[in-house]
Ligand binder design. Structure first.
Ligand code: MG
Length: 390
């Protein structure tokens, strides 16, 4: 945690058309970094624009037919276009790349992270599934290769920042993750039965993709962040607490053995944590709005409502159960969120389906392939369950 990589200049961005990806491009441009590779799922128009602007050597569309379309569109440029998982992994291991920012959504992100780490690339991580599902294998590879795994998520970045200057003996008593509480803060389970997709997509403080916005509404997002924090910072679940902080000004905290608590604050703007991951350990000027505490007057804090939002405790249980259970929880949740977005299930069914994944009997994983196998098994099972739900 204390060695410092050299200045990072050549950057690969996986998920460049998403919310994190587009902001990362803005940050990288300001920092004067060279973009050597870009990847997206299927937004051909935007990826084409990005290729024309940033002139990477290689570009990938995860969707093969989108890759074929992109190849035609940029035939006038010296850019190598690939598709699929092979493309993502090739991009993540490009010999020119110093750092890979992984902001793809979903399990698709795990293999490219492992490929990048194994190829000795520093990774700025915004893909949750990498650590939630593959934590043990990814952290093993990070230790073996000595690369930096730098958090992009605002909460983990805050903790990482509060750990700078941490004594070699660590002396960490507790990590405290802040949660905005999402759009349904203060509602009871009964009230949550009838909320709509439009309601769930109204996040009070952050503008993010659909999957993560729904996860914020169920608070599964905070549960997944708890699992990630455990892996990133080597903490057991009992030493990670969650506090609801409505204003999203304090991004998370670290409590040391002397009961001193360090917090990282700022206006909610993802460009700050993205930039810190890219420029670490340096700090450059950032276009994010300055924090003026006097404009806020009151910052509020609440204990999380684990009855209305059981997802946080489900994640804690999955982490305690270990092995494949966090991956199973994540897989069931991802399918359930998709079904909710498609209008097939109600809001509270998301967490109920996620809970069922923890009732399965799962073997101890011997390799990361077992994680992928469990992931697809749980997905199948969850889809079948949804089919029976009318
Ligand atoms: Mg977050």
């Amino acid at each position: 945690m204390c060695t410092v990589p050299g200045p990072t200049k050549n950057l690969v961005i996986l998920g460049s058309t998403g919310s994190i990806g587009t902001q990362a491009l803005e940050v990288a441009e300001q920092a004067g970094y060279r973009i050597v590779g870009l990847a997206a799922a299927r937004q051909v128009d935007l990826l084409e624009q990005q290729i024309r602007k940033y002139r990477p050597d290689m570009a990938v569309m995860y969707d093969e037919s989108a890759a074929a379309e992109l190849r035609k569109r940029v035939a006038d440029l010296p850019v190598w276009v690939m598709g699929g998982m092979d493309g993502l992994c090739q991009l993540a291991t490009m010999s020119d790349a110093d750092m890979v920012l992984n902001s793809v959504v979903g399990m698709v992100g795990l293999r490219p992270t492992l490929a990048a780490v194994n190829a000795g690339k520093h990774v700025a991580l915004a893909n949750k599934e990498t650590l939630v599902a593959g934590g043990a294998f990814v952290m093993d590879a990070v230790r073996r290769t000595g690369v930096k795994l730098l958090p992009v998520d605002s909460e983990h970045s805050a903790i990482f920042q509060c750990l700078q200057g941490c004594p070699p003996q660590r002396r960490i008593q507790r990590l405290i993750l802040t949660a905005s509480g999402g759009p349904f803060f203060g509602r009871s389970i009964a009230e949550l039965e009838h909320v709509t997709l439009a309601d769930a997509l109204k996040h009070p403080n952050w503008s993010m993709g659909q999957k993560i916005t729904i996860d914020s509404a169920t608070m599964m997002n905070k549960g997944l962040e708890l699992i990630e924090a455990a892996w990133l910072f080597g903490m057991t679940p009992d030493k990670i607490d969650i506090v609801v902080h409505r204003e999203s000004i304090i991004h998370s905290l670290v409590e040391y053995d002397d009961n001193a608590v360090l917090a990282q604050l700022g206006t909610p703007d993802m460009r700050v944590p993205i930039q810190y991951a890219l420029t670490y350990p340096d700090r450059l000027p950032c276009p994010a709005r300055q924090l003026r505490l006097e404009d806020w007057k009151n910052l509020t804090f609440y204990a999380p409502d684990n009855e209305a939002f059981p997802a946080m405790n489900l994640a804690r249980s999955a982490l305690t159960m270990g092995g494949l259970y966090p991956a199973a929880l994540n897989a069931a949740n991802e399918v359930a969120v998709g079904a909710f977005i498609a209008g097939r299930i109600g809001f509270t069914a998301i967490t109920r389906l996620a809970a069922e994944a923890l009732e399965m009997s799962l073997p101890t994983p011997a390799s990361v392939e077992d994680v992928f196998a469990a992931d697809s098994e749980v997905r199948k099972r969850t889809r079948r369950r949804i089919d029976t739900m009318k």
